[in-house]
Design a protein around this ligand. Sequence first.
Ligand SMILES: Nc1nc2c(ncn2[C@@H]2O[C@H](COP(=O)(O)OP(=O)(O)O)[C@@H](O)[C@H]2O)c(=O)[nH]1
Ligand SMILES: [Mg+2]
Length: 246
Amino acid sequence: MTSSIPDLSVIIPCYNEEERLAPSLDDVLATLKDEPITFEIVAVDDGSDDGTVALINQYTEKHPHQVRLLALGENSGKGVAVTRGMLEAQGKRRLFMDADGSVPFREYRKLWKILDNGEDLAIGSRVAPGKSELVTKPTRRWVGWCFRQTLRMIGMNLVDDSQCGFKMFSAYCAEEVFTRIRSQGFGFDLEAIYLTRKLGFHFFEVRVEWHHRIGSKVDLLQDSIRILRDAFLTPIRHGRVRKISR
Ligand SMILES: Nc1nc2c(ncn2[C@@H]2O[C@H](COP(=O)(O)OP(=O)(O)O)[C@@H](O)[C@H]2O)c(=O)[nH]1
Ligand SMILES: [Mg+2]
């Protein structure tokens, strides 16, 4: 890193990711090595009880200027992990991504361009007509359908794909949004988009390449219900939030 404020921070929430994290970190480091930007990677350990911390430590030793570990100590949920990482990060732009590397990191360039165009938040989206492996399983399709209908009913259908773990914020937007986040689990994505809009920032959704990875720890039914509960509470929790005048 040449300047103390990196151009880009990459935040990776990690909960028991000893199996899936290394290829993702390698992908980020290899992609950014040849790009004309400075960067930092903030790996947030969410109280893992496997070898995740030891693995991250190997990377911090090998890449002390690029990789750092933020250890939460106890498992607190993805929302808490991303929030802490976003606020700990220093970068002018801050991207969070899942540890499983479902989105090839080179896709960050698409999000980067959107921020170049003056948006404050770029949202990676998996929505592709008839092409996702997820839509083949009937239970997932059914839960997904109920999930979307419920969001529509409560007016929280803000984007086509709120749950894809690949989003880039400007530092200003990240700080205003993540200091207000209340959802501890997977509901934080929707809450972040809601807050972005309510604070008067602008966002844009862009299709990114996405590959199904085994080892997901998401409980489809239970986590969908938790996300819907947070989605329902979000407008109540943030009723008083007003547009920031810029
Ligand atoms: N399941 C789960 N994931 C967490 C937690 N905290 C952080 N994460 C991270 O959230 C990301 C998404 O998890 P993943 O299992 O890939 O979800 P999926 O791709 O949506 O099925 C990964 O980087 C996890 O390591 C947590 O408490 N539970
Ligand atoms: Mg995943």
